[in-house]
Design a protein around this ligand. Structure first.
Ligand code: NAD
Length: 264
């Protein structure tokens, strides 16, 4: 019998976050959710005040003891400021604020939500993700102004690099850190993009061996596995759940070989 866990989540009012919450709760776990509205804590994660409200609420409702954290809140579209602030810096603020509560939890784990846009977009470069990791929020907003098509995958790539570069240190503190990278999934986010379910354009051009978009429940299954003690030896991984697009586009990229100058 699975032991009940207390898991903090964001973005639980819609799409992948709602499906994940529902799956975790049906498995007997307690989820404390944050969203703009309609969850346990209403907070806007694009603002410093909203992040503070979210943190205070999560710590109060959990008694400062969490077994998991899954930040699903995210935006796409043309608003670079919101993309940068919600997807990356909102996630980072909650991650660092919740770390002590996760250290106090049981077999604690974090699952970040990256994206297969990180390996699908030819013009995305390492330096774009590094900007997120090495600059202030305002500097990153200014750098990507007018280029939301780059800001979104760059922020998601930065989340993946954050996982890879922090997994060892967080594991030493008892917290497993991983990410799931979904492909195109049928949610409110994709309904509003060009090439949505009934439209023609960008999203319809993506080659998907599975020949269909994902349902949010299929992404939720992968997230639930990554957060669970069943995945106790999975550390620092970015799991692509994308119907095969990443494998199709770069068959020899994973696992990435050691850089030449780091090889023995
Ligand atoms: P969605 O729009 O259905 O859900 C996103 C949720 O985030 C909503 O409930 C929304 O209210 C919440 N949110 C947005 N801005 C917020 C803010 N400022 N403060 C608090 N909450 C906020 O989208 P989704 O497709 O379920 O996306 C979930 C995650 O998956 C996102 O991080 C997204 O980038 C990622 N993702 C989605 C896809 C896809 O194709 N749908 C693909 C790859 C990655």
């Amino acid at each position: 019998m699975t032991q009940s866990r207390t898991i903090a989540m964001t973005g639980t009012s819609s799409g992948i976050g709602a499906a994940t919450r529902s799956l975790l709760e049906s498995n007997g776990h307690r989820v404390i959710g944050v969203d703009l509205s309609g969850s346990d804590i209403d907070a806007d994660l694009s603002t410093v005040d909203g992040r503070g409200r979210a943190l205070d609420g999560l710590l109060e409702l959990s008694g400062s003891r969490l077994d998991g954290f899954i930040p699903c809140a995210g935006v796409s579209g043309s608003d670079v400021s919101r993309i940068v602030k919600v997807n990356f810096y909102g996630t980072m603020a909650l991650l660092s604020g919740l770390r002590p509560a996760l250290e106090a939890g049981h077999q604690a784990s974090v699952v970040l939500i990256s994206s297969n846009s990180t390996t699908m977009i030819p013009w995305l470069e390492l330096r774009h993700a590094e900007a997120f990791l090495n600059s202030t929020e305002d500097e990153v907003v200014a750098r990507f102004e007018g280029r939301s098509w780059l800001a979104y995958p760059a922020g998601k790539l930065a989340l993946a690099y954050w996982v890879r570069s922090h997994a060892a240190e967080w594991m030493a503190a008892g917290i497993r850190v991983n990410a799931v990278a979904p492909g195109v999934t049928r949610t409110t986010m994709t309904e509003s993009l060009p090439g949505g379910p009934d439209g023609k354009g960008g999203l319809d051009l993506i080659p998907i061996p599975a020949a269909r978009w994902a349902e949010p429940e299929e992404i939720a299954e992968a997230i639930a596995f990554m957060q669970a003690p069943a995945a106790s030896y999975v550390v620092g991984q970015v799991l692509f759940v994308d119907g095969g697009t990443d494998a199709l586009l770069q068959p020899f990229a994973h696992p990435a070989p050691m850089p030449r100058d780091a090889a023995p």
